[in-house]
Design a protein around this ligand. Structure first.
Ligand code: AHR
Length: 503
């Protein structure tokens, strides 16, 4: 039996939890938009062609801000193609995913869908194959009330009020050689600084995200952040991090410890930010927008799904449609724990992605929409993690991993909402063989009792929800909780994710 001990005290906080931590990402990629959230012929589709069943699931997931329209897609995107009368919108080749973009869904349609699901729009501009002027043009189109050619064009296109977009990404993964328009940190830093200054000249209220590294394992990691921030420190509000994890070579032990890598990634980027801050003698603090994170079986895309051929540019092909297992969901829940632990510096994050493409929600054309295993940790965490992250003291038995060395078998985080008095604890058991008994010392939370305990686990760690078996995996009430004085003890199965609600 694995044993762990967690002490929580609402007086010691890491920092407030920004609701933007529970953001997501919709890219024009595969069946995320077309045959995903948009399917005009579907029995649940509304007058605009948006699937009602998907809207309900997105609401249940509890997604705050949604990054759009890419991703790698954005580096070849002309935003003007996606507005105006649909019948005159061009069909374009999307070089990033070797597909055809019909532009049937564009900025106006997506903003309307966001109103239906109750999420905020976060836009990325193309700094790969376009530049400062096109970014300023888009900002004029979205944020200026009226009185200029572009803002009046928006009004003529049916949207009287400005979109009022606050969050803007200055390109996507510009450090990656796969990116259209990839450039050096020096070149990108200068372009991002110039674009940020221009955009702020138009609308000083916007919040800007400069591209950090596509992964902590890029050869330029660390130096990229230093150089890019040395050009942009006073111009931007966030630097991005992206990270995807997958089980490699059957090494489940290391995969289950993926959050160790995410913790390290975040702490390294914070160090890079604060180094530039010190060198510049700035009193401004830059935070992290972790605007792509998930489990993703990238090898499958590269070796099986990848589309090629001069005359082969399908519309909405099945791409990156990973089916997630229980183990994947446990890692995923642990990544959320890592983001929450760093709530003082990670103030925005986007789960990549939302529908069909490495997504918590899957759909079939003309058929059902269902929750993947990863849906559950996200929905519960976004609902329960309110207020502030607490500074906790966690002690746990450990295990040895091939990739990360000796790591704790149990990882956990606690949050506390002063306004409701509610406290939540999220934890994972990474052991593949043993149950874990986790004792939570709640001495500082006078008179608090356990309201609910939900666990995601299965005897078969590889169990998934699929079209044929949509509800194979779900949450179950964990009845093992024992309260003794001010200690609560919960027992959790091997390879599991658990949320406790205390109030
Ligand atoms: O989310 C899938 C892809 O992963 C995005 O388009 C890109 O930004 C990243 O490499």
């Amino acid at each position: 039996m694995v044993s762990a001990h967690l002490t929580i005290d609402p007086f010691f906080t890491v920092g407030p939890i920004n609701p933007r931590l529970f953001g997501s990402f919709v890219e024009h990629l595969g069946r995320c938009v077309y045959d995903g959230l948009y399917e005009p012929g579907h029995p649940t589709a509304d007058a605009e062609g948006f699937r009602g069943d998907v809207i309900e699931l997105v609401k249940e997931l509890g997604v705050s801000t949604i990054r759009y329209p890419g991703g790698n897609f954005v580096s070849g995107f002309r935003w003007e193609d996606s507005v105006g009368p649909r019948e005159s919108r061009p069909r374009r080749l999307d070089l990033a995913w070797h597909s055809t973009e019909t532009n049937e869904v564009g900025l106006h349609e997506f903003a309307s869908w966001l109103d239906k699901v109750g999420s905020e729009l976060m836009l990325a501009v193309n700094l790969g194959t376009r530049g400062t002027l096109e970014a300023i043009d888009l900002l004029e189109y979205t944020n200026l009330a009226s009185g200029s050619t572009l803002s009046d064009q928006r009004v003529a296109n049916g949207r009287t009020d400005a979109f009022g977009v606050s969050m803007w990404c200055l390109g996507n993964e510009m450090d990656g050689p796969w990116q259209l328009g990839h450039r050096s940190a020096d070149d990108y830093g200068k372009l991002a600084s110039q674009t940020a200054k221009g955009m702020r000249q138009l609308d000083p209220s916007i919040e800007l995200v400069v591209c950090g590294s596509s992964s902590a394992h890029m050869p330029t990691f660390g130096e990229w952040e230093r150089v890019v921030l040395s050009h942009t420190y006073e111009d931007v509000d966030y630097i991005s991090c992206h990270a995807y994890y997958e089980e490699k070579n059957g090494d489940l032990g290391s995969f289950l410890a993926s959050a160790v890598d995410m913790d390290h990634f975040i702490e390294s980027v914070v160090a890079s930010i604060d180094h530039v801050k010190a060198v510049k003698g700035s009193d401004k603090t830059i935070n992290i927008s972790f605007d792509e994170w998930n489990v993703w079986y990238i090898d499958r895309y590269q070796n099986v799904d990848k589309i090629e051929g001069l005359d082969n540019w399908p519309v909405a092909p099945r791409l990156l449609e990973d089916a997630y297992s229980v183990a994947d969901a446990v890692v995923f829940g642990n990544l959320l724990i890592s983001l929450l632990k760093h709530a003082d510096r990670v103030t925005s994050a986007s789960l990549a992605q939302l529908v069909n493409v490495i997504a918590p929600i899957m759909t079939e054309p003309g058929g059902p929409a269902w929750r993947q295993t990863t849906f559950f940790p996200f929905a519960v965490t976004s609902r329960l993690a309110k207020g502030s992250t607490l500074e906790t003291k966690l002690t746990s038995d450990t295990y040895s991993t091939e990739v990360y060395g000796e790591v704790p078998l149990v990882d956990a985080v606690a949050t506390h909402d002063e306004t409701t008095g509610r406290t939540s604890v999220f934890l994972v058991n990474r052991s593949q063989t043993e149950e874990a008994t986790v004792t939570i010392d709640m001495t500082a939370l006078d008179g608090v009792s356990v309201l609910s305990v939900q666990t995601l686990a299965d005897d078969d760690f590889s169990a998934k929800n699929t079209l044929d078996d949509q509800n194979r995996v779900g949450l179950s009430d964990n009845a093992s909780v024992v309260t003794s004085g001010s200690n609560v003890t919960v027992t959790v199965p091997p390879v599991s994710w658990t949320a406790l609600e205390l109030g």
